[in-house]
Design a protein around this ligand. Structure first.
Ligand code: IMP
Length: 232
């Protein structure tokens, strides 16, 4: 659960933004960790940057490539966010036997029947080009006024005993008709979060996004779980 309500006017949305900025860094999350090392099963620099900012300095986040530059990501052939998150976390666990987590995420657009969904990274092709993916979405939505969408993340965490645990985050929003802003990664320049509907994530930037994004929600649940179990 997050504390944000829908802002219906520009003034309200400015107020929301100021409130969100004033809360940075997220005290709940930084209080939960106590110098825990976790391997984050990702090669996505945007996700890595966000996870480090969200989790704060109490967590040491390394990637599989930091541990082995030859590490090859597994094939993501699951049919759900949960299956793909587990595939990525399990591959890291099997190789390094270290506490690790993976994030499988994507954009679900209602007018496109939930696409690109689990195919968000490679929507316009296997080279996972953010710009081409955005172009494809904007083309498919041309002339369509119903532009509601959401980001979803499932995080899979594997601890010392090898048991997986799952955490989810979902953030409602709408798709712009063109790019706004250059901050963030992926679809950020075309995503207006419902809580701050005047600006895309590409304009809001990480300090604001990381206070209430889908990734923040899932990672917050993960740190709350860790503080109840291993860090208690
Ligand atoms: P994954 O590595 O298969 O989970 O791919 C997730 C893809 O979804 C990314 O490459 C982005 O295209 C998109 N995505 C996920 N989270 C975000 C976000 O927070 N902002 C923008 N795009 C995102």
């Amino acid at each position: 659960m997050n504390n944000f309500r829908i802002c219906s006017t520009f003034a309200e949305s400015c107020e929301c933004k100021a409130r969100i900025q004033a809360q940075s860094p997220n005290p709940k999350i930084t209080a939960a960790g106590r110098n825990m090392k976790l391997v984050f099963a990702t090669g996505n620099r945007g996700k890595l940057r966000e996870a480090r900012e969200i989790l704060g300095p109490s967590f040491e986040i390394v990637t599989p490539a930091d541990l082995d530059p030859e590490y090859v990501d597994p094939e993501e052939n699951g049919t759900t966010f949960k299956e793909n998150a587990l595939i990525k976390a399990q591959a890291v666990w099997d190789k390094f036997h270290l506490p690790c987590f993976a994030d499988d995420s994507g954009l679900q657009i209602d007018a496109l029947g939930g696409r690109p969904g689990i195919y968000s990274a490679r929507y316009a092709g296997e080279d996972k080009d953010f710009d081409c993916n955005i172009d494809k979405v904007l083309e498919e939505l041309e002339g369509i006024s119903q532009r509601s969408a959401r980001f979803h993340t499932t995080v899979a965490l594997i601890l010392e005993d090898g048991t997986p645990h799952f955490f989810d985050g979902t953030l409602e929003g709408a798709i712009a008709t063109e790019r706004h802003g250059t901050l963030g990664f992926g679809y950020d320049p075309i995503f207006y979060p419902t809580a701050m509907p005047e600006s895309t994530f590409g304009e809001l930037g990480p300090e604001v996004k990381n206070q209430f994004s889908h990734r923040e929600q899932a990672l917050k649940e993960m740190t709350e779980f860790l503080s109840r179990t291993v860090l208690k």
